[in-house]
Design a protein around this ligand. Structure first.
Ligand SMILES: [Zn+2]
Length: 104
């Protein structure tokens, strides 16, 4: 998961949906630059499109993203079901159920 932020090769994707809240993401096309810290260190530049969810910086989006990630990481099927259910209800209500640390 990526919290609604993708940088595919230029023109490789017509449209993309947010992997957290499932809306069509906004796109900026034909950017020339580095898509990651590592490629920036290597001086590698490519042409890419930047897809971004307009909600990605909101508290509820970040919390839902972290819940999905937690659901992926836990070995427990019961917990992962609970986490996914909470994430789904947060996405529907667009309201965080807990204050979370943005820089976590
Ligand atoms: Zn989103």
């Amino acid at each position: 998961m990526s919290n609604g932020n993708f940088t595919p090769d230029a023109d490789s994707e017509k449209s993309m949906k947010c992997d957290v809240c499932d809306i069509d993401m906004e796109v900026e096309r034909g950017i020339f630059g580095s898509t990651s810290f590592a490629s920036s260190m290597a001086g590698k530049k490519v042409k890419y499109d930047h897809f971004k969810c307009k909600f990605r910086d909101t508290d509820w989006h970040l919390q839902a993203y972290q819940l999905f990630k937690e659901a992926e990481n836990t070995p427990s099927g019961i917990l992962s079901g609970l986490l996914e259910r909470e994430a789904a209800s947060i996405i529907i209500s667009k309201k965080a159920t807990k204050q979370i640390n943005k820089w976590f």
